[in-house]
Design a protein around this ligand. Structure first.
Ligand code: CP
Length: 330
């Protein structure tokens, strides 16, 4: 990890990536390169102007799990780069007749797409597919394991709102145990120099050996850590990944760990609040807080499009991106 100045210089260069399975595979220069690209793409997106970087390319949106934000924003991102979206509908697909993930992917690969975007409930599914499929795989969330584009869009949103992440206090609250968003965010935010505190009930905090070296502060006492936070990341209670509720009740969870209006009063003036969505209103966060001025949820959604444009452009057409950047700086 270089100094702040070195990182600032790296920001001006383009470092393409060949796929996106694990956030740990991204170096700082890749992350800043994606942020720089996303920032440039955002100007075009806000003007409703498309950029011809995926012309003639087909990208498969292969979602085996429900999604609103990720699936739709990838679709908008592909169209914004003038590519063709090949949508796969799980409910009407032959997966319902027993076809496997691999057979599904191989059959779609025979239709000559340029990349797959995969969401699946099995941790490791993106890595598994990468071994068998000859085109790039973009992980759009695999089980509890990783959600790299979410972490990139979260870090991009934070940087856009409060500047460099170096030394910033990021407090992650809630169901960390089941959260691919938390795992990926910890990896990306640490690479960018943030300090991480994780808070929640003991039953929902992980004791993953991998994170021992990350110097994370774990606590269950929310009031102790709220006043220090520059950024609060509220996680969704992931009931679909719990065999049974792992706290006595949602009311009790909200009482001790909910981001309530009362708790909002002890935050610093400029603390921002992120949530990956979908929100369980009244459980992990009060409606007034998530709809309030600190909330970045809709900025996160908008930034999700431009970050995914940057990821797609970087993976599917790096030489086109280089030429586009050269043209812009002429
Ligand atoms: N944040 C996120 O992954 O939301 P979706 O499940 O709606 O895609």
């Amino acid at each position: 990890m270089g100094s702040v100045i070195e990182r600032g210089l790296l920001k001006m260069l383009f470092y393409p990536i060949s796929n996106l399975i694990e956030p740990s595979a991204l170096e700082c220069e890749h992350i800043y390169s994606l942020f720089d690209l996303a920032k440039r793409f955002k100007i075009f997106f806000q003007k409703r102007e498309s950029i011809p970087l995926l012309q003639g390319m087909g990208i498969v949106n292969l979602f085996f799990e429900n999604s609103t934000r990720t699936r739709t924003s990838f679709e908008v991102a592909i169209r914004q780069l003038q590519g063709n979206v090949i949508n796969f509908s799980l409910g009407t697909s032959s997966v319902q007749k027993g076809e496997t993930l691999l057979d599904t992917a191989k059959n779609l690969l025979a239709m000559a797409p340029h990349a797959f975007i995969l969401r699946h409930s099995a941790s490791g599914s993106a890595k598994f597919l990468e071994k068998h499929i000859s085109v790039p795989i973009i992980n759009a969330g695999d089980g509890m394991h990783a959600h790299p584009t979410q972490a990139l869009l979260d870090a991009f949103t934070i940087q856009e709102k409060i500047g460099s992440l170096e030394g910033k206090q990021v407090l992650i609250i809630g169901d960390v145990l089941h959260s691919r968003v938390a795992r990926s965010n910890i990896i990306i935010l640490k690479k960018l120099g943030a300090k991480i505190t994780v808070c929640g009930p003991g039953s929902l905090l992980f004791s993953n050996a991998y994170f021992q070296s990350f110097n994370i502060h774990f606590t269950s006492q929310l009031e102790d850590v709220l006043p220090e936070a520059d950024v609060i990341m509220v996680l969704r209670m992931q009931l679909e990944r719990q065999n049974r509720l792992q706290v006595p009740s949602c009311i009790e969870y909200s009482h001790f760990w909910g981001m309530t209006r009362e708790r909002e009063k002890i935050l610093k003036k400029n603390t921002i609040i992120l949530h990956p969505g979908p929100v369980n209103r009244g459980i992990e966060v009060d409606p007034e807080v998530i709809d309030g001025p600190r909330s970045m949820v809709l900025e996160q959604v908008c930034n999700g499009i431009v970050i995914r444009m940057a990821v797609l452009g970087s993976i599917c057409n790096p030489s086109g991106v280089t030429r586009w950047l050269e043209k812009k700086t002429e």
